[in-house]
Design a protein around this ligand. Sequence first.
Ligand SMILES: Nc1ncnc2c1ncn2[C@@H]1O[C@H](COP(=O)(O)OP(=O)(O)O)[C@@H](O)[C@H]1O
Ligand SMILES: Cc1cn([C@H]2C[C@H](O)[C@@H](COP(=O)(O)O)O2)c(=O)[nH]c1=O
Length: 273
Amino acid sequence: MIVNSLKKFCRVVLPLCSHKSLSTNVLIRQTPAMETHFIGHSRSSSTSLTHRKLVRNGEEKKSVIWLEGNIASGKTTCLEYFSKTSDIEVLTEPVSKWRNVKGCNPLGLMYQDPTRWGLTLQTYVQLTMLDRHVSPMSQPIRMLERSIYSAKYIFVENLFKSGKMPEVDFAVLSEWFEWIIKNIAIPVDLIVYLQTSPQTCYERLKQRCREEEKVIPLEYLESIHNLYEDWLIHQKSFEVPAPVLVIPADHDLKKMLHKYEENREKILKVHCS
Ligand SMILES: Nc1ncnc2c1ncn2[C@@H]1O[C@H](COP(=O)(O)OP(=O)(O)O)[C@@H](O)[C@H]1O
Ligand SMILES: Cc1cn([C@H]2C[C@H](O)[C@@H](COP(=O)(O)O)O2)c(=O)[nH]c1=O
């Protein structure tokens, strides 16, 4: 099924999106009162957001928002909040697949022995995230938990940089990833980054108590955090394919729900831009 939808996508959408240049023309707008800020591309640049929309013969414009953040930063909780809004479809990460593929648990195996199983997990993450990206949209706005980009730029990178992924595994994954982003349009109009301290995530992770993640130390969350900051805040590691809206997310649940409401317009206005 994944292969079929990929083939269909290549046939139908690729010809519409053959020009794909992503500059990093950075624009920073601060709104201190709301603590959130944008880090994004200038809309006057040749990569205006509409270029990445899948527009075809008068079909309705659709918008895609990626929700990014550390492990247990509150992404699922945020998506649950927005899922109650009409016109929005929410796609959470396919973690249940990563925990069970034909009775095997690549996520659990990776945490037990990252050097042996990192490639296995990350290959499957890459496939299942790609499937999410190319699946047909049922609503005008899609909010997607993470992306094939963060899987590569954050998690694969972390395994490699920490010496837990052999060079050959990293090279194979990297070639796959480069091929995918060169040949398949991965739409995105806005990246929302839930910015947390690693300590906050550590506490929430322990509270959530996912079996496979019991072995995660604070240092692991610190590494993931640093990679996210370099990518989305300092924008010095990898290509950032859309403007970034940063939402500080260390606050308690009540305040976070309030913040999501405050940011609703900023998040959803990508649809009208
Ligand atoms: N603002 C918050 N304050 C305290 N706990 C939270 C908050 N947001 C989420 N949680 C809890 O933290 C854990 C991780 O949240 P979750 O939304 O699953 O994060 P993610 O999807 O980013 O991994 C869950 O147990 C959730 O109920
Ligand atoms: C994308 C991605 C995720 N993981 C791991 C990290 C966490 O243990 C889970 C995802 O849970 P979260 O609460 O939604 O952050 O999957 C990974 O190891 N590799 C990846 O590419």
